[in-house]
Design a protein. Structure first.
Length: 362
């Protein structure tokens, strides 16, 4: 697909079964010259017709709709007319959000019970996610996660067989990790992380810590999803958790996470962000703490806006570790990995499928 030129407004299609929500989402862009609401749809069937005829640059999508729900709409849209989709869904539908991301949705915005003019924070987030379309890599074409994964054993429905394997650490006594792998990601990160964790081997001796920019009520559900997708036992991080071999932790939203080494034990420190933290969670803070443990360490910077992780990557390199940046050819948004490459802190620049293979060998 082609993306809107900077001189032309972004063409937006709003899809929601609530006329009230459709009106309020459209009003977010009423005074914007850089975004044009070209259509509104109340269900998936109407949305498909409009997506085909109007060819919008981006779609905001409610998942629960009559006649054709958001999941069916996404499956058909991504096969016939791939278009960036921002899911706008309630906190109560957390699991559905990640299912939508796996079907090819670009990102999501949590929707409060009432999406009126008073919901200023949410309205601003919707605006920023729609504007993000200009930052997508030129070759970006949305595809489902299953279609993107093209190696390994698969079930008849296309899902990787490794997703059903039991956790590698069930019933195992604590073992200190031989390697610490710290991963930073933002927009496009959930799908990228799912594909990486699905490739990690049962016998891995590494511990994994993830700073994914995500709302606080969604990180636990996302950690559970990662846990189901691979063999690494993955949970939302809590202060004082022990990081062992074949264990993974996702930093809770609105908090920051660090690693501390006490004797042979490797522990997590999880708490509120400091005023000096530019991003929450902070990849820089996590990476710097990993570098300070003295253990073998790997930093991975995946797709996302901004430059979070660059300073932390510098610390990992100084400690003798490896830093992998996702290459521009697969990064949905090349902000974070691109900043690492420009700063000269990346040891390896790899497309997403090769990152999982690289970590599997570590």
């Amino acid at each position: 697909m082609t993306h809107p030129a900077a001189s032309k407004p972004i063409r937006l299609l709003v899809v929601d079964d609530s006329a009230y929500n459709r009106r309020n989402i459209a009003e977010v862009f009423a005074d914007r010259k850089d975004v044009e609401v070209v259509g509104k749809a109340g269900d998936g069937e109407e949305a498909l017709k409009l997506a085909t005829s109007l060819k919008p640059d981006v779609i905001t999508l409610d998942l629960e709709m009559p006649r054709m729900d958001g999941f069916t709409f996404l499956r058909i849209l991504m096969s016939k007319a791939p278009t960036p989709v921002i899911v706008i869904s309630s906190y109560a539908q957390r699991e559905n959000v990640f299912k939508a991301l796996e079907l090819g949705a670009l990102d999501f915005v949590p929707k409060p019970e009432r999406l009126g003019p008073e919901a200023t924070e949410v309205r601003e987030e919707i605006l920023q996610k729609v504007l993000l379309v200009r930052a997508l890599r030129p070759s970006f074409v949305p595809t489902s996660l299953i279609r993107r994964m093209n190696s390994g054993a698969f079930h008849p429905d296309g899902s990787p067989a490794s997703w059903d394997e039991p956790s590698a650490v069930t019933g195992r006594p604590y073992r200190s990790p031989k390697t610490l792998v710290a991963i930073a990601s933002s927009t496009g990160g959930p799908s990228a992380l799912l594909s990486i964790f699905a490739k990690l081997p049962v016998q891995t001796t590494a511990g994994f810590v993830v700073a994914q920019h995500m709302p606080d009520k969604f990180t636990r559900t996302f950690a559970e999803r990662l846990d189901k997708r691979g063999v690494v036992k993955t949970t939302e991080a809590s202060d004082g958790d022990l990081v062992g071999q074949a264990m993974g932790f996702v930093c809770p939203g609105r908090k920051c996470m660090e690693i501390v080494k006490q004797g042979i034990e490797v522990k997590l420190r999880v708490g509120p962000a400091a005023t000096t933290d530019r991003y929450v969670p902070s990849a820089d803070k996590l990476f710097k703490s990993v570098a300070a443990t003295g253990l073998k360490c790997v930093g991975v910077i995946l797709t996302g806006m901004g430059d979070d992780g660059v300073e932390g990557a510098r610390a990992i390199r100084a400690a003798g570790g490896i830093v992998i940046a996702e290459s521009q050819e697969t990064a949905v948004v090349n902000g974070m990995p691109g900043a690492a490459v420009r700063a000269g802190v990346a040891t390896e620049v790899l497309p997403l499928p090769q990152i999982g293979e690289f970590l599997a060998k570590v």
